[in-house]
Design a protein around this ligand. Sequence first.
Ligand code: AMP
Ligand code: ZN
Length: 499
Amino acid sequence: MDLKLFNTLSRSVQEFAPLDPAGKKVGMYCCGPTVYDFAHIGNWRTFVFADLVRRTLEFSGYDVRHVMNITDIEDKIIKRVRENKTTLREFTGKFETAFLDDLKALNCKEPHVQPRATEYIAEIIALIEKLIARGIAYQAGDGSVYFSIEKYRGCGCNYGQLLKLNFDEMRAGERVSSDEYEKESVADFALWKTRVPDDGDIFWPSPFGEGRPGWHIECSAMSMKVLGESFDLHLGGEDLKFPHHEDEIAQSEGATGKPFVKYWLHGAHLLVEGKKMSKSLGNFFTLRDLQAKGFTGREVRYLLLTAHYRETFNFTLDGLAGAKTALARIKECLEKLVEFLEPNSPRITVDPDIEIINRFKAAIEDDLNVSKCWGVVFEWIRDLNRSMSQKNFSSNQAIIAIATWKTLDLVLGLDFEVKAPARVRDNTTEMRGVVPATGFAAKIEGEEEIPKEIQKLAMDRIQAKNAKNFQYADILREQIRSKGWVIEDSPKGIKLKKL
Ligand code: AMP
Ligand code: ZN
């Protein structure tokens, strides 16, 4: 496996090698949204980046467990709950639902686990107790519990793994209770915030008194509970490197004595028309704002995926209009291909165009070089358009091209519906979902309408087999069976039957 990614920890592009001795399972945690408002287009850049990382890992044959938390307790949330005279769950529930709807509109794969901070209070308390027992955390006179950076460093641990920090110039040893403290200060940060009148009824009992967790400890507790004390990948926007991620490392490694995360990936920020987004400048967009202007989630996704994740991206409405044009080119080509499909063509086994797939794979595995990937896609489309304008373009060539697109789209996630003409759809020999395959037959058939969910699992299984990830392929077979379908492999492709 040839995937390379830039690791903020080593400040270099590294070969990706998971912690799993079998080299298959990958644990990936992405810091999720703070649900106090609708997510903005900058947030979406980071979440679409996380989706691209997950899809690329799967494309490379890994069995990914993708975790994205929901930060549903934090300073800003409490303030808004108070201002809106509502309850915590009612307030955060509304924005959590909106977030998940938008995630779908952008065609991001749903994370396997989405832990809410408020449901992990016991784990958070246990982690704080461990840090107190190790002498790295202490309860201050105000009742709050703080992490001591000095004690942590005194144990030989390194605070400042993601960013080099100059402790002499920084105000180490001071205390901050806010989740949003100044980035220039290295101060002891709050793990548990003692209850104050402004918190209203938002508090939990704990051995350190009534209160609530700090933001940083929430992510340490949730990620380690779901993925284990050491896991492979941790993602977020670049603003989270310090203090949020640095503090996550300190809390986790301080408590377990083990390395917390192997690869830290950070996405650069998004600007709008060259400026930091702000409501007062009128350049602040949520996905809903853009949808109201007539753009689709697919167009926004495409635009966000045109820039390399480590480069600052300048979002403009003109750029979004350009995305519409680019997508129309792809769609038009796919529609033309469908017209070449013959209704009564014999059942044949199709492999996608291996050369195109390999060029695309090399580009995406090179630290997610999306510019190169789009280069491959649009060059291929230009060549296809040229070939289709010539007389001898065959149904078989169209089938191969559609299979190629479906394979590339496993990573791109544009999810165009490739509609076969009705007469083809009525035909029982129809190709229901031509999918990936670098080597393995890619054809799904079934006697009756196959639910989308089952088709998707079957496609993932083909992909896993192509990547020789047989263990994961077996898991998927079992998942399909548990949903009432069986898969039969044959040299011609796969067949799905109802149990
Ligand atoms: P939040 O909901 O504020 O916790 O942010 C969710 C994610 O969005 C975090 O990973 C942030 O780093 C990221 N983020 C915030 N602003 C931007 C931006 N302008 N561009 C890219 N990512 C951002
Ligand atoms: Zn986090």
